[in-house]
Design a protein around this ligand. Structure first.
Ligand code: ADP
Length: 265
């Protein structure tokens, strides 16, 4: 049985105090249920509170109100069994690939020997077998991003949070990485919460897509994606995927109109 968590957000709010002493309602009444082993994306325009939500899920930022439950346990701070992949892979240039991959193990003072085999298996899974002793500068952007993903998985986390992990990649590499991530997800069985502003990427990868709107950030719609798996790149521009993408776009347009009319009235 794969090591995977379920996540429940209940009426989560975050109000920041700005430097001018004003209150900024960054996310409002966000509720979301992610089941064990599910792939859920959160899409929304910039400034809608995606990073705020992610930081709350990481246990790094306290919410103002509401509750986050991971496996029915309230989240009160950072957890060891969490994997995080960022927009940039953030590899340390002076460390070899294998040492970069094993960083979470070192940081958590775990025994390297217990994780070496897993690290090598994961590198093989992402097509980087034989690159263990290389340095990050010897790898392409796509390869470095794969190392970042391997690092986020090396300590066998039960939940993987991904913050626009492909945004720095060119369009072609980005699509290839989506297929690869789908495969990694299937083989590892992890629960994944994936943040992106790419609608097609979200639909392609996800079981469910949560659409966020801004001012304040709310989940305005949750869309179940019932496309068969495994999904190949052919469907990226297909009508089947387009139907879901259009639903999401419509939701954005509706939100824009609501926002405009609330500012006019
Ligand atoms: P996104 O990741 O979707 O771009 P963010 O979560 O970064 O959105 O930001 C949501 C809103 O909260 C924005 O209006 C942003 O300016 C504001 N915000 C983010 N962090 C802070 C902070 N530390 N203090 C005050 N306002 C913040």
């Amino acid at each position: 049985m794969a090591n995977a968590s379920d996540v429940l957000l209940k009426d989560v709010n975050k109000i920041y105090e700005t430097r001018e002493g004003k209150q900024l309602h960054a996310i409002k009444d966000v509720s979301l249920n992610v089941e064990k082993g599910q792939f859920v994306s959160i899409v929304g325009p910039s400034g809608c509170g995606k990073s705020t939500l992610l930081n709350i899920l990481c246990g790094l930022l306290p919410s103002t109100s509401g509750e986050v439950l991971i496996d029915n346990t309230p989240l009160v701070g950072p957890r060891d069994d969490l994997g995080i992949a960022f927009q940039q892979p953030l590899l340390l240039p002076w460390l070899k690939i294998i040492d970069n991959v094993l960083l979470p193990v070192d940081v958590q003072s775990k025994k390297r020997s217990d994780y070496m085999e897993r690290a090598m298996d994961l590198l093989e899974l992402v097509g980087l077998k034989g690159f263990e002793k290389r340095y990050p500068s010897e790898l392409s952007g796509g390869m470095q991003q794969r190392v970042g993903i391997v690092r986020s998985l090396v300590h066998d986390p039960s939940l993987l949070l991904m913050d626009e992990p492909f945004s720095a990649l060119d369009a072609l590499t980005r699509e290839t990485m989506s297929v690869e991530l789908q495969r990694i997800w299937k083989e590892t069985g992890k629960t994944i919460i994936f943040i992106t502003h790419s609608i097609s990427e979200a639909v392609f990868l996800s079981d469910r897509v949560a659409v966020m709107s801004s001012r304040p950030g709310r989940i305005s719609k949750i869309i179940d994606v019932n496309l068969p798996r495994p999904r190949s790149l052919d469907i990226m521009n297909s009508d089947k995927l387009g139907v879901y993408a259009n639903q999401i776009r419509k939701e954005f347009d509706l939100e824009e109109k609501r926002d405009l009319s609330s500012r006019i009235s």
